[in-house]
Design a protein around this ligand. Structure first.
Ligand SMILES: *[C@@H]1O[C@H](CO)[C@@H](O)[C@H](O)[C@H]1NC(C)=O
Ligand SMILES: *[C@@H]1O[C@H](CO)[C@@H](O)[C@H](O)[C@H]1NC(C)=O
Ligand SMILES: *[C@@H]1O[C@H](CO)[C@@H](O)[C@H](O)[C@H]1NC(C)=O
Ligand SMILES: *[C@@H]1O[C@H](CO)[C@@H](O)[C@H](O)[C@H]1NC(C)=O
Ligand SMILES: *[C@@H]1O[C@H](CO)[C@@H](O)[C@H](O)[C@H]1NC(C)=O
Ligand SMILES: *[C@@H]1O[C@H](CO)[C@@H](O)[C@H](O)[C@H]1NC(C)=O
Length: 760
């Protein structure tokens, strides 16, 4: 393919269209175009620099993040999915007060709330109860959201009901590879209750792998060995007296299989509206019961395994955690069984998304910004209400802008999602319900879930948005630098060398990116080794913890609001959508080369034509081309193609910046040239807006068709962690030659589609 074909081809076609369109429109109403053109791009708009200054000034003058945090995390207000009407009302009221057109969307989702759960250690010989753990977190006098009414029991979202009694074993993190190691060592998992520590992968997949290996129940606990050395063993005091983990803390959480599909598991791919036909949810949720537990509660249970079964170090050193009284023997100990009882109330219940819109001049180019409101506990100062507080601060900052006459160029929509914790319900149902409209309109989705759980900036993003992240981070100071010199740009360069991570799953960007092909970003200050231990999904993720140990003064909250607010302005006010597509093509090339190295050498000489490509609806030209090749040649061909693609995208980026420059000198142009430029920008903005959609593959990934993006997905064995070129990568991992060829062709077809500008 000629490298310039993509933009120039489209350009000439566009010229014809423009001439035609423009003449007709001029004939119809010359004045209307004039008005449209100048209204949209020029008329009375406040310069971006002034907007940046005003916005930052507003958030400097007054920081109300702590006030909003106190409200979202107040004692007594439970806000699990569908709960906390007070907070729905509060959020709606604030959105309105700050000038947004506001409404609430209700979806009816399958979900569970806890009724009763218990655990007993039983001495098998005489059926005597040896020990009953409390399954409760301690009430702390210093921390008002750890006692009083309405506390949330320790339980798992979407865990199965059951009453099981069985011998138990320790399975490390419960990863796929942990189970493989146990089986290699002839340890039987069948019929056992397994005890795994949290960490490394999403908890739902731990339960999935346990179930697939025949376990009948699962306990998940937080091991102090995973607390980066900030432990009482090492002399740190535990919360509330110091930064170490409170021994009674429990991580609640969902055990949905995130990497299969998020959203209501009875309505995968469509919205949970009243009367909708529902499916059996068990492709995405477990059939065996599970419970979360504190390390203090689980230690006496694990200690009974000391000396029984294989010692962990016979399997792998990485099986050993940090509990002082447990020697990490795998077990089982035939003298003891556990009884695990789990009773959850499964219902179809309403959940509530609060949506607020700030209308722009251009209504079909929309920026969506979201945070979830629901939490596992009464508090939730970090997850998610640091994000909720920051979101309100952003909107308050925008009120200061509309107060001086600002109307955004592009429409901005803010969302306060419900039901994220149990399975990304609010965002997924919203995106499924409005899928075609959102695919037509949304330019990008900005997500902030945990805005602050520590002091280390975390970012995961679609490459289209890298440029905005880099440019805007230079305008915001990093609060961790006491000298006040470092910007977020400097901080991220120092800590991460600007290696922005890829999006996996575990927050509300998932449906936007993976299902609808909307470029997305997720960011916040994460917990680092220097910070107090994060009491994730525990009662101790509270206002007290936040305001004493993590963000006194709420300055990190304030920083996230500034950063995201400016990112919104940068994207809404830049006339040419401020994406850099070359960052995508460069990454795709890197991912592809990475996977190429993993390919089994005996694939090299295999001919592509050995099997039938007709099944996969291949592009005819590609089919002919690739049929002649052997696999090694196909890899080379693809690699070359991706390099060409990268070059043409980089040239297109240059073309876009020239277009913007032309616009910046608008006043020097004649009316006719202005109109021409207006249409050029409109057309290229369409291409930019739809760029990411080209990477959707209708059939979706194999065995998880909800995931449609061919470049990014949630890792099938990790959940949270992103996986690049998932189709191809999985085929290579599975030694599946035919699927490897299939996914290379799908990729090539998408590249060709972009190069030909077909979908623009
Ligand atoms: C925010 O909280 C501070 C400290 O509690 C208080 O003094 C102030 O009045 C509050 N402001 C608003 C607008 O609620
Ligand atoms: C789903 O979308 C339609 C329009 O696309 C809208 O009328 C309806 O209110 C939405 N459903 C919910 C629950 O908001
Ligand atoms: C659970 O099963 C045991 C027998 O295995 C029984 O004794 C106990 O009553 C059951 N618990 C509940 C709550 O049903
Ligand atoms: C597992 O059992 C098989 C067959 O009983 C035996 O050959 C193998 O050595 C055992 N492996 C280990 C690690 O004990
Ligand atoms: C289960 O939830 C439904 C709907 O909220 C409620 O009416 C019912 O009382 C609950 N059942 C139990 C046992 O808590
Ligand atoms: C898809 O599911 C089938 C049946 O469970 C399994 O055999 C196959 O390995 C899976 N393929 C992938 C790519 O996950």
């Amino acid at each position: 393919m000629k490298r310039q074909r993509w933009c120039y081809n489209a350009k000439s076609r566009f010229a014809v269209l423009t001439l035609f369109g423009v003449s007709i429109l001029i004939l119809i109403n010359f004045l209307a175009i004039d008005k449209l053109c100048f209204n949209v791009f020029n008329f009375k708009r406040i310069p971006k620099a002034k907007l940046f200054d005003t916005f930052l000034q507003k958030l400097d003058d007054e920081n109300l993040a702590g006030n909003w945090s106190a409200i979202y995390t107040a004692s007594g207000i439970r806000h699990l999915a569908g709960e906390g009407q007070e907070l729905v009302d509060f959020t709606s009221q604030k959105f309105q007060e700050f000038g947004l057109k506001t409404w609430v969307e209700t979806y009816n989702c399958y979900l569970n709330t806890p009724i009763e759960q218990s655990l007993k250690l039983i001495k098998e010989k005489n059926n005597e109860i040896e020990y009953i753990p409390s399954l409760k977190e301690d009430e702390l006098e210093d921390d008002p959201t750890t006692f009083g009414g309405n506390l949330v029991p320790t339980f798992h979202g979407y865990s199965a009901n059951g009453n099981v009694t069985a011998e138990y074993i320790y399975v490390n993190y419960g990863r796929k590879e942990d189970f493989i190691k146990l089986i290699e060592n002839n340890i039987s998992i069948n019929g056992k209750i397994v005890i795994a520590r949290y960490g490394e992968i999403h908890r739902g997949l731990k339960v999935k792998f346990a179930q697939e290996n025949g376990a009948v129940g699962v306990l998940l606990y937080s091991d102090p060995g995973d607390d980066h050395g900030i432990t009482t063993e090492n002399g740190y005091a535990a919360y509330p007296d110091g930064p170490a983990r409170n021994p009674s803390s429990v991580q609640r959480g969902s055990v949905m299989y995130l990497s299969n599909a998020p959203g209501d598991p009875t309505t995968p791919g469509f919205a949970s509206l009243p009367g909708v036909e529902r499916k059996d949810p068990h492709r995405s949720i477990p059939t065996i019961p599970s419970l979360p537990i504190s390390f203090r509660d689980v230690e006496p249970i694990l200690a009974k395994l000391n000396g029984f079964g294989l010692p962990s170090n016979k399997i792998s050193k990485d099986f050993i955690g940090g509990l002082p009284d447990y020697d990490y023997s795998i077990g089982p100990n035939q003298n003891y069984v556990l009884n695990l009882y789990n009773n959850q109330n499964y219902t179809i219940s309403p959940i509530f998304d609060v949506i607020g819109e700030l209308e722009g001049y251009i209504k079909d180019e929309v920026i969506l910004v979201g945070n979830h409101r629901d939490a596992w506990i009464v508090g939730g100062a970090s997850d998610p209400n640091s994000g909720s507080a920051s979101l309100l601060e952003i909107i308050r900052g925008f009120k200061a802008l509309t107060d001086i006459g600002f109307k955004p160029l592009r429409t901005i929509v803010f969302a306060s999602w419900d039901g994220e914790e149990i399975g990304l319900l609010g965002s997924t149902e919203y995106m499924e319900n409005h899928s075609s409209e959102l695919q037509k309109k949304i330019v990008a989705y900005y997500n902030v879930d945990v805005a602050v759980s520590g002091t280390h900036l975390n970012m995961e993003s679609s490459p289209s948005l890298f440029k905005i992240l880099k440019d805007v981070s230079k305008f915001v100071k990093y609060p961790g630098d006491k000298a006040g010199k470092q910007t977020l740009y400097d901080h991220y360069e120092k800590e991460q060398n600007w290696n922005i991570g890829i999006l996996g799953s575990g927050s509300d960007y998932c449906a936007a990116l993976d299902h609808l092909g909307i470029p997305s970003v997720d960011l916040g200050f994460g917990n680092s080794e220097k910070d107090a231990v994060y009491h994730y999904h525990s009662n101790y993720d509270s206002y007290h913890w936040m305001s004493t140990l993590i963000d006194p003064g709420f300055v990190y909250h304030n920083t996230i609001s500034k950063f995201l607010g400016l990112m919104i302005l940068q994207l809404s006010e830049h006339e040419v959508i401020d994406f850099k597509l070359g960052d995508n093509s460069a990454k795709i090339k890197i991912y592809f080369d990475e996977i190429s190295k993993l390919i089994p050498s005996n694939w090299n000489d295999r001919k592509i034509k050995d099997f039938d490509l007709n099944d996969h609806n291949y592009d005819a030209i590609l089919r002919k081309l690739t049929k002649r090749l052997n696999f090694k040649e196909l890899l080379q061909f693809t690699s070359n193609k991706l390099s060409e693609f990268d070059k043409s995208m980089s040239e297109y980026d240059l073309y876009l910046s020239r277009l913007q420059e032309e616009f910046n000198d608008l006043n020097t142009l004649k009316l006719w040239s202005k109109l021409k430029l207006f249409f050029k920008i409109k057309l290229n903005n369409l291409k930019l807006k739809y760029f990411e959609r080209n990477f959707l593959h209708d059939e979706g990934l194999i065995n998880r068709s909800w995931y449609k993006h061919m470049i990014y997905a949630s890792g099938r064995y990790t959940g949270y962690e992103g996986q690049s070129l998932p189709g191809l990568r999985e085929a290579v991992e599975d030694g599946d030659f035919e699927n490897a060829v299939k996914w290379i062709n799908i990729l090539l077809k998408a590249i060709r589609r972009i190069e030909n500008g077909i979908s623009f």
